[in-house]
Ligand binder design. Structure first.
Ligand code: DX5
Ligand code: ZN
Length: 217
């Protein structure tokens, strides 16, 4: 399996994002966490910042929207040229319409699930999306411990993707580190977000390559 590593710039230096994007140029994409202080109790950045990051980044951007009303806001992120735009299933009023709009604008469409949200009600949506993001911590903050109980959801989601023979990527986000990435990969994840494990290490590029080596089964 070809594991993809997407370091989360939530743990980068917000005063040096361009420098830190270059520090992870070996990664497959940079994961950009957008929080609105409503869907989650934290606030990060919005469209104008993502637009600039897109202009200076050596690698594609993977935008994770932890916001209310993604139906209204997500298309603007696709218009920045982001490789993928992921919205939360709990927040979207019309997820199929939104996923189609994101694809029409040229982005991959991602569907994210909080830890307490099961995959089963969304199985029929899988052909409409390019990625499923299973949160392995409660969204909102970096540096939280991995929730082991999410591995079963990763396995069920991988089974559903394989059974339908779909090219859907399966992303895990939260608490991904050398101590957890192998288990997530064995359960069927193929895209790994890591914030503190990459930017908390003295060599972000080396940490990225090490994670990829561990996840490549
Ligand atoms: C959390 C964010 C994650 C976060 C992960 O709500 O969605 O992307 O940056 O951070 P770590 O890897 O430190 O758990
Ligand atoms: Zn994220």
């Amino acid at each position: 399996m070809n594991a993809r590593i997407h370091p989360s710039i939530l743990s980068a230096d917000f005063a040096n994002l361009e420098r830190d994007l270059h520090a992870i140029a070996v990664a497959d994409a940079a994961h950009v966490d957008v929080m609105d202080n409503h869907f989650v109790p934290n606030l990060t950045l919005g469209v104008p910042v993502v637009e600039r990051l897109q202009q200076v980044s050596p690698i594609p951007l993977d935008v994770h929207l932890m916001i209310e009303d993604p139906d209204r806001w997500a298309p603007q992120y696709a218009e920045t040229g982001a490789e993928s735009v992921t919205f939360h299933a709990e927040a979207a009023a019309a997820p199929i319409r939104l996923a189609r709009e994101l694809r029409r604008l040229g982005s991959r469409a991602g569907l994210a699930l909080r830890p307490a949200t099961p995959i089963e009600p969304f199985i029929d949506l899988l052909p409409e999306v390019d990625m499923v993001l299973i949160m392995t911590v409660e969204p909102g903050f970096g540096g939280q411990p991995f929730i082991d109980a999410m591995l079963a959801k990763v396995r069920r989601t991988r089974q559903a993707i394989s059974a339908a023979n779909l090219p859907v990527w399966l992303q895990v986000d939260g608490g991904i580190a050398p101590s957890t990435i192998e288990r997530a990969a064995l359960a069927g994840a193929d895209v790994f977000v890591a914030g503190s494990a990459v930017f908390g290490s003295p060599d972000a590029a080396l940490a990225t390559s090490e994670l990829r080596r561990m996840a490549d089964l």
